[in-house]
Design a protein around this ligand. Structure first.
Ligand code: NIG
Ligand code: FE
Length: 416
């Protein structure tokens, strides 16, 4: 067992019913409390609460495990929050599109067309190159506090390249997504329906058992609503759960289609009408906002206050990919969400942790109540508010995933 002490502020995101049963826990959107402690047993949180109650909680736990060894870790007055849940990523790719980004900043418009550049580079790369790039990006993101990743295929766009992407993804996360319907690849440019048939008749059956999720880029220049419906329905029939890229570049019907198709989350939602939001709220569909995309494409930022007033459940993710947004930093996305999308700091931190868990339909992550997976991010700061207050600063001190220390950013001279 591990007893973490010296926690200046603990974000638990605990279940409100648990909060009511234990009034000593703090109040507020995040159920945060000051001067706290956490007890980890193996891969899970055994207890979290006020530091003053930690000894009694530990003694009670040791009654049923008297031989357990207890390692005490003094975090020295640092804030602790659930590891970030990054529920939207495209991390299997090769190549570089920094020139496209520079041209965009000089006035070019973002379009889905750039995806073809990455598809060519990805097809030409070896399995080893693709996996090494993935591992590098995952390691970077872990050191930024992320403990759960969803990862999509979608830069292979043929049977062999989509399946090998899913095989590589499956070695690194259970949250694997088939996104063969990213764009129509060049060889099917003159007959997009042939590619839709390839997805439905060959790629989806081969991906069954490899992909947990099915995703479609429903957008002008990608797949229309009728194609999206057929692909999602085929994926669901093959045992995958649905999610969608919707209303990223235009205000179409994709958000309402996502609600109708039972998507767990619809992502981007840069453009959303009041009716779209009402339908999503009624369906309980999570809307995953991607602040880094608006930042990196100079699209207008959606104002989250409208979404929240409509009663929509919100998540924040990075959408890390080489085209529309090449950041894998959840702290950066939190800061942009607060500054430019009008999240409160509490709402943004909640959306990047508990919200991401909802977007992946997971109850074991995104919170630090007893029974949750011991995924926690320790900040080199006294409060989680510093995530938005100190944008661009590496504030992640160390990261635990499943109770194990998986990242330690402390300078070697001060590590103890
Ligand atoms: O989520 N929207 C579609 N796909 C990615 C961008 C892919 C790319 O530009 O390479 C996205 O933004
Ligand atoms: Fe995306």
């Amino acid at each position: 067992m591990k007893l973490l002490t010296g926690i200046s502020e603990l974000v638990t995101n605990s279940d409100p019913t648990e909060l009511m049963a234990r009034p000593s826990l703090g109040a507020g959107d995040l159920f945060s409390l000051t001067d706290a402690a956490v007890i980890i047993d193996g891969e899970t949180i055994a207890w979290s609460g006020p530091a003053a109650e930690a000894d009694a909680a530990l003694a009670a736990l040791l009654l049923t495990a008297p031989d357990a060894e207890v390692e005490t870790v003094d975090l020295g007055g640092r804030a602790v929050l659930p590891g970030f849940v990054d529920s939207h990523n495209h991390l299997i790719f090769a190549g570089d599109r920094s020139a496209e980004f520079a041209a965009r900043m000089a006035g070019e418009k973002y379009s889905a067309g750039g995806i073809a550049t990455t598809v060519a580079a990805t097809r030409a790369a070896s399995d080893e190159e693709l996996e090494a790039n993935l591992v590098h990006l995952l390691d970077q993101a872990t050191r930024s506090g992320t403990t759960t990743f969803e990862i999509k295929s979608g830069y292979g766009l043929d049977l062999a390249d989509e399946i090998r992407a899913l095989e590589i993804i499956g070695r690194h996360t259970p949250e694997s997504t088939l996104m063969a319907a990213h764009v129509v690849p060049p060889e099917h440019k003159d007959d997009p329906e042939a590619y839709v048939s390839l997805i439905i008749d060959e790629i989806i059956p081969a991906a069954s058992g490899l992909a947990k999720w099915i995703d479609v880029f429903c957008e002008e220049g990608a797949f229309d609503e009728d194609q999206t419906r057929r692909i999602i329905e085929a994926g669901v029939a093959a045992g995958m759960r649905p999610r969608l890229h919707a209303n990223q570049l235009t205000a179409g019907g994709a958000l309402q289609l996502g609600a109708e198709l039972g998507c767990v989350s619809v992502d981007h939602a840069t453009f959303a009408s009041d009716e779209d939001l009402a339908v999503l709220a009624a369906a309980g569909t999570v809307v995953t906002l991607l602040p880094g995309v608006e930042f990196s494409t100079r699209q207008p930022y959606p104002d989250v206050r409208r979404y929240l007033e409509a009663g929509v459940n919100i998540a924040i993710a990075t959408d890390c990919n080489p085209g529309s947004c090449f950041t894998n930093s959840m702290p950066f996305c939190i800061a942009v969400a607060v500054r430019d999308m009008h999240f409160t700091v509490d709402q943004a931190v909640w959306a990047a942790t508990a919200g991401g868990a909802h977007a992946l339909d997971r109850t074991d992550i995104g919170h630090l109540g007893a029974g949750a997976r011991a995924d926690l991010t320790v900040l080199d700061a006294p409060s989680y508010r510093h995530l938005a207050y100190r944008p661009g600063v590496q504030l992640v001190d160390r990261v635990y995933r499943g109770g194990e220390l998986v990242a330690d950013n402390r300078p070697t001279t001060s590590a103890d």
